[in-house]
Design a protein around this ligand. Structure first.
Ligand SMILES: [Zn+2]
Length: 888
């Protein structure tokens, strides 16, 4: 699944990544982890997790369910066909949580059944012999808190948008039907669902029939998945939806949204067909299922979930055309579709190998982006991923590991981003053609089955004839990446370029010294020369004969290596690199280094880059670098660069100007509110205004707080700005808006409003009104809003809320609201002030900025004095022990 990016993140919890509408991937936090935290870990000793035994082979699962949308319950019958595998079986143990089982029947005589906290255990009168096919049918009723999610008017959702969806991964399916809930079991499945007339039912596989049941008048829809898949991929979505359709060869493509969102559906659906065409060609295996549907649901628990042939998506991926090219669903759509091969056709045997699902899906997202937008886009995407990984602190876990408490822990940047980079390195080392053959063979050999990391390795070794033991060992079974410190020098007499490479990562049991090929590119009067160094030592020197001194030296110019490389180059080289049209990553790295220099010449060059570079990503980075320089000249450069035709860059420049506290920056924000049409850029300007106490600010913020916009984006931005203002005068208008316009906000937006309200009132003497308002939401049926109100009571810091919070904290059953209440009470009892006083903090920052500017001026003056006095050349560097030149 795709995790949910919050403000942008790498997804987690169940292809629970935030795919969100943003182009970014990971750095998000798994939203679904909120609920996943309460899942029971699979029954395994200690913290080491392994696939469970399979005493029986599950052959087929048939579900017949009737949801009650008013009561938010489901009546069901689950029929499970199975066959004992190696020896006779007298007891069948199924995963089942909080299911009210009323009957169990079957082809064999059943002696009894018992229900424990996590299982349904069926005992047969006689052992069922190995290889003998049998079946059981369980009749049950459930009121699921996980696994199946209702979205109804009683909960505060729009009347005509009523629906439900299910979420299996990692181990939630057991909350709505009894099952063998582990990925190392594959079977065919079918679902019959009975819903009110007018509703749509979407599930895995092919729709077999749709008819009206005479007695009940309900619509009965029957779906069949006739190829085996894993339990966590079973999906049911039912409710009021509108549909878009397309076709790729014989594969029907459909895209559903709730009726109130149908207007924007086409924006998100549009890449689907092109992605399927590309994947079939790149992967070499035809799309493996009967159809491909995508359904956008309200308040999904993740960014997307790749249920077999029936993906579920967050409705926050939907966007209006007014956002120009800032938003796209391309990455989310590509990610979930790649899973149809990687995850669904072949499935990791247990969660320790989840990278075989998520790493591939994340990598093929990047490959499609490169296919669509060109090689520069691919390289920039890889650069960003590498940067993201090497910025992680405490990166000490291996991608493949068994030491975790709950499956959700495995859905993090290691399985997604880092694993995607490992696949990229594999592709670079094998070459594209051989890589494709390996992946095709891997998929064909294990189709409809389970895979482990070793299955992939053995196919690669078999087809390449090379040993990949070391590659897999260092990149997958051990942690981290090479941290390289590199330096370059030129010996004019010998015409030799020398590169010294040191691996400086801290070695430990989990972090090895790495062994890898390091491509090096020299450019000069001699043209372009590609070389390679084989790095395997802690410290090594490499010599390269060249016709003349190079003007540019680049390490790993094509992003073929995951590493943190520190390679400062002389300024003339940096300038040459900055304008090298054929090297997008080189230009980005030059921008980064210029951003550290901070002198006026660097600002001037960054400004030119921001205005002229051919690739938007380089312009984005130039804008960020100017913000980080943070001088008056840098702000002037940004203010002179606001007229950007590419909305992504315009958005970035607006956000970076917002990083300054100056009258001119405030004026820019104010003007943006007057002429800008793009809501994302408007939102950035609104947030920016929050940092100022000028007379025109309140009027502007109030206008947007009360105004209309898609998903209430501009009101959300006004709430963020109001929080920054941190002025109790905002309590009344905010309270009024939240009371009158709850329905206009998304759940997340409204939750932010509650939190901000409590924050503004935290130091007030009289908190009664705000307290009463917040308490009014503690039983809200939207989980996001309920939790937000409980959290907000903690933020409010009013001891009078303790009795309310105690009711939730003392509940006998563990739940997210119980945990939220416990946290809030702890905060209250500790008398903790929720957050620092923002105004003071802002003043401190301003003071620091001024001091910084003064210091820089002094430093510049000193430098000039020293330059004038000391004209002597720099001393020759100390010569290190020269090693024999290495061949490359
Ligand atoms: Zn995924």
């Amino acid at each position: 699944m795709k995790r949910i990016l919050r403000g942008v993140i790498l997804g987690a919890a169940v292809c629970l990544f935030p795919g969100a509408a943003w182009a970014n991937t990971e750095e998000e936090i798994i939203e679904c982890s909120k609920s996943a935290a309460f899942l029971a870990p699979p029954g395994s000793p200690g913290h080491w997790q392994y696939a469970p035994d399979r005493e029986v082979e599950v052959l087929h699962v048939a579900l017949d369910v009737t949801p009650d949308f008013k009561a938010r319950t489901v009546q069901g019958q689950a029929t499970i066909q199975f066959r004992p595998l190696a020896k006779p079986v007298q007891e069948l143990k199924l995963d089942a949580v909080d299911l009210n089982v009323s009957a169990v029947t079957g082809t064999e005589k059943i002696q009894a059944y018992q229900i424990t906290q996590e299982n349904l255990i069926i005992t047969f009168a006689e052992p069922i012999s190995a290889e003998h096919e049998a079946s059981v049918t369980i009749t049950y009723q459930a009121e699921p808190t996980q696994g199946m999610y209702f979205r109804t008017p009683e909960q505060g959702y729009k009347e005509g948008d009523t629906h439900l969806f299910t979420q299996g991964e990692a181990i939630e399916a057991r909350h709505w039907y009894p099952c063998f809930d582990s990925p190392n079991e594959k079977f065919t499945s079918e679902i019959t669902c009975r819903v009110p007339a007018g509703m749509t039912v979407v599930s895995n596989g092919r729709q077999v029939s749709e008819e009206t049941a005479g007695a009940t008048g309900l619509k009965v829809v029957h779906w069949s998945q006739d190829k085996p898949h894993a339990n966590y991929l079973i999906s049911l979505v039912a409710g009021y939806f509108t549909k878009l359709e397309d076709k790729h060869n014989d594969v029907p493509l459909t895209f559903y949204t709730v009726p109130s969102e149908s207007k924007e559906a086409a924006n998100s659906f549009r890449d689907t067909k092109a992605i399927m065409e590309y994947f079939e060609e790149e992967i070499g295996v035809p799309y493996p299922w009967a159809k491909y549907s995508q359904v956008c649901v309200n308040d999904f628990v993740a960014g997307g979930m790749e249920n077999t042939s029936a993906t579920t998506l967050t409705d926050s991926t939907l966007f209006t055309s007014a956002t120009e090219n800032i938003r796209t669903s391309e990455h989310l759509i590509a990610h979930e579709m790649a899973h149809q091969w990687f995850g669904d056709l072949v499935t990791c045997k247990d969660w320790s190998h989840i990278w075989l699902n998520e790493g591939f899906a994340t990598y093929y997202e990047a490959l499609f982006n490169g296919h669509k937008d060109g090689r520069d886009a691919l390289l920039y995407g890889l650069y960003e991923r590498g940067h993201q990984i090497t910025s992680m602190s405490n990166d000490v876990n291996a991608i493949v590991r068994r030491s975790y408490d709950a499956p959700r822990e495995m859905f993090g940047y290691l399985s997604y981003t880092k694993a995607s980079m490992v696949l990229h390195m594999l592709r670079c080392q094998l070459g594209e053609e051989l890589y494709r053959r390996c992946i095709k063979t891997y998929l064909e050999r294990h189709r409809y089955g389970n895979v482990t990391t070793e299955d992939l390795r053995s196919v690669i070794e078999e087809l390449s004839g090379r040993s990949f033991d070391q590659f897999f060992d260092q990149w997958l079974y051990h942690a981290h990446y090479p941290e390289i410190e590199a330096s370059y020098s030129w010996d004019e007499r010998a015409k030799l370029a020398k590169l010294s490479i040191r691996q400086v990562q801290r070695l430990s049991e989990s972090v090895l010294l790495f062994d890898f090929p390091l491509p090096i590119r020299f450019q000069g009067n001699f043209g372009q020369v590609e070389r390679q160094a084989h790095v395997s030592e802690r410290e090594d020197d490499f010599y390269f004969p060249l016709a003349s001194a190079p003007q540019i030296v680049r390490l790993d110019p094509e992003c073929t290596l995951l590493a943190k490389i520190s390679f400062p180059v002389p300024t003339p080289m940096l300038y040459a690199q900055l304008t090298n049209d054929n090297d997008v990553v080189g230009r980005v790295l030059a921008v980064e280094q210029l951003g550290d220099k901070r002198d006026k010449e660097s600002v001037a060059r960054l400004k030119r880059t921001l205005g002229q570079d051919a690739f938007y990503g380089v312009r984005l980075e130039a804008s960020r670098a100017l913000r980080s320089i943070h001088s008056d000249e840098a702000l002037e450069a940004l203010l002179a660069s606001t007229d950007q035709p590419d909305a992504r860059v315009r958005h970035q420049v607006a956000a970076d100007i917002g990083g300054f506290y100056r009258d001119s920056a405030c004026e820019y924000a104010r003007k943006t509110l007057e002429h800008e049409k793009n809501p994302d850029i408007l939102a950035a300007a609104i947030r920016e205004l929050g940092g100022y106490s000028k007379p025109e600010v309140p009027e502007n913020l109030e206008r947007f707080l009360k105004g209309d916009s898609y998903h209430n984006e501009l009101a959300d931005a006004a709430v963020s700005a109001i929080r920054i203002q941190d002025d109790p005068a905002w309590i009344a208008p905010l309270l009024e808006t939240l009371s009158k316009s709850e329905a206009a906000f998304t759940s997340r937006g409204f939750a932010q409003g509650l939190d901000t309200l409590a924050y503004l009132a935290r130091n007030e003497v009289k908190k009664d009104t705000v307290r009463a308002f917040l308490v009014g939401y503690v039983n809200h049926k939207k989980r996001t809003i309920q939790l937000a109100s409980i959290n907000a009571l903690g933020v409010l810091g009013d001891p009078q809320t303790i009795p309310v919070l105690t009711k939730f904290a003392s509940a006998s059953k563990e739940s997210p609201e119980q945990h939220a209440a416990e946290r809030a009470i702890t905060d209250l009892r500790a008398g903790r002030k929720p957050v620092d006083d923002f105004k003071n903090l802002r003043q401190e920052v301003l003071d620091l900025e001024k001091a910084n500017r003064d210091l820089r001026k002094e430093l510049d003056g000193l430098k000039k004095k020293i330059d004038a006095k000391e004209l002597a050349p720099a001393g020759a560097p100390v010569k290190k022990k020269a090693l024999a030149p290495k061949s490359t």
